[in-house]
Design a protein around this ligand. Sequence first.
Ligand SMILES: C[S@@+](CC[C@H](N)C(=O)[O-])C[C@H]1O[C@@H](n2cnc3c(N)ncnc32)[C@H](O)[C@@H]1O
Ligand SMILES: [Zn+2]
Length: 313
Amino acid sequence: MPFSLDEVTLHLCCPDDGAPMARSANGVLCEQCHRFYPLLSTNILDLLPSRPITFPGRSEPALYRQGYLTEFFRPSEIRADARAWGAPEARSQKWLRLRERQAREVFQFLRVEPCEANLVFCDLSAGAGHCTFRAAQEYRMVFHCDLSMDALAYASAKARASHLENIVFVHADYFQPPFRSSVDHLICLDTLIRGPWHETKLLRSIQSVLNSSGTAVVDFHNWWHNPLRRLGLLPDNFVGNKSYTRKELTGLLASSGIEQFQTQSFVQEVDPCAGPGKVLARFIPPTRLMVRLAGVRASLPQTAVERHEENGA
Ligand SMILES: C[S@@+](CC[C@H](N)C(=O)[O-])C[C@H]1O[C@@H](n2cnc3c(N)ncnc32)[C@H](O)[C@@H]1O
Ligand SMILES: [Zn+2]
């Protein structure tokens, strides 16, 4: 790491009680409960809380809960042949090109004003690291967080092979994040898909991680964007997940305590920066809706993007 563990520790808190942490031999220590959180390798820190969250009654996503608990209690083992969700080895070139463009649009939306290079970035459900690796080139310190040890093992091996040294890989639960309201820029993509209870809890968590001038970009699926799907002519490849209309999204953000936000469309079919895509993108229903939100006490500046969305969407 190009920075010391002391420096990393300044941004962390104990996921169990929110107390500050102190540097210790081969890890960090909670100053209040004295729990020790070990470095699992030179750049993977195990900051998983002691206990998983408790889900409410029947309405919560059963499928997600099952996977969450399995992953939570899996031993913190770094497997050499680990694969992450979205690993390029298992995907087509077309899919990868789309992810590249999506990452570009996410960062343009996140860094809409000129910003310093000295910022702290966090991807709260980073998976294979598509966006983390890009962030490592633009931010000073990058936190790649995931509950899946395989995602962390896979992405950290890849970062090492690419000589990306400013990424800290964190074994974390996004419902109980180990950050001391210390993050400048955050993303959480392809994750707010489990239903209102999960989304609300995660959105509150995201707000708590940001510092007082921090900004996050998250995205929501608009699964019905394809008219053929609306007519029932396409198979349902989104079973068990939740897609949001603009109206539902506004309600969800309000009930998550988010009053100020900006939206921007991600259109799968055309690149809004290239050729005819510039015009066409305005008429094609978005595949995803990106939302930019601020930290708890921060406010979002008005942007050209927002004005475009307000007028055009
Ligand atoms: C659908 S993938 C998206 C990965 C990445 N954001 C992307 O867009 O490619 C969701 C990721 O969230 C992680 N995840 C699920 N529940 C989590 C939790 N409670 N805390 C942290 N990560 C979690 C999964 O392990 C997985 O890597
Ligand atoms: Zn503690």
